[in-house]
Design a protein around this ligand. Sequence first.
Ligand SMILES: Cc1ncc(COP(=O)(O)O)c(C=O)c1O
Length: 390
Amino acid sequence: MKHSKRLDALPPYLFAELERKVSAKKAAGVDVISLGIGDPDLPTPQYVIDALTEAANDPATHQYPSNRGRPEFRGAVVDFYRRRFGVELDAETEIVPALGGKECIFNLSLGFLDPEDVALAADPGYPPYTGGPTLSGSRSVLMPLVPELGFAPDLDAISAEDRARAKLMFLNYPNNPTGAILPEGLFERVVEFARENDILVVHDAAYTEVTFDGYVAPSFLETPGAKDVGVEVFSLSKGYNMTGWRAGAIVGNPQAIESYWRLKTNIDSGMSEFVQLAAVAALNDGGEAPKRMSEIYARRRDLVCHALAAIGVEVTKPKGTIYIWAPVPEGHTSASYCELVLEESAVVISPGGAYGPNGEGWFRISLTVPDQRLTEAVERLRSTLARSGH
Ligand SMILES: Cc1ncc(COP(=O)(O)O)c(C=O)c1O
């Protein structure tokens, strides 16, 4: 049996590979601390679970959902966007439920790219920005994000040929993996660029609700003209500890939303209605859950940054996301360092190179484990560094 050339063209998904290695270690009795995948360790808020239970007790929620979503779900997204971002959405034409941001980001490539097209993708960036185009038979053109430019893509550096072929642009602030927040004026420049080049902007808002030090992350749709050129993919995964629920929404440009809906009706049968109703409870909480989680992550961020500084690894304290982006010690590639750390200290960290060529030389720490495990993980990193002569 032979799978497709498209699948062959994909590297193994980063965390699938890591999971395999970690399982082998755990099976051998090793106490592995995983700071790899960004999967919140704390449970989903009880009121969301209660809403799910109540909804699931109603047999009317047991049938196929519609891909448009229940009116309650779309209404809650409208209210949330108005309250949180001051953005007005039309519940009928500008919202479709998404089974988490990941499927949505991937499916957008299927819906908007032909083989001769390209997607402009942040590098480093969330892997589906490049995997989606590849699997859809197209390809991505990388937009380097470098610290010197505040992790903003240099739009002027995109060639005329790539501009002409580009149909999608993937952006994400607060940013995974760098932890960067939106650089000043970037969304305005992006709207203009997208208008000039007829590109659909996809802003991945996975981390807008996880921010620190008083920073409040904007929606792309707050930018004047953004709805003419773009959509936003919102997810409840990180801010509400709901990664396992697969709950999110794509919102924005009505033509793009209509195309996405049409595509989705051919792929899946929508988000289960009890999950939609649980998501309504989450979205209606007035931001309480994400606020509490942000406080926890801010504390963990301080703890890790402090401990890293003490072992000579200087990092910029992120104002959002659940990640610390740190340079690997001299003499290592990101892969060799992460391999060393896993083998010698049984700590999983993510190699920056897996997020794109501009991630090389960096590693990512996820803050999704309890404080004392984080402290122990950094202590183990210290011993590994000391043993390797740094
Ligand atoms: C930037 C970014 N976008 C989207 C996602 C996907 O989240 P989900 O599919 O759980 O909504 C993640 C998950 O780590 C992410 O880091």
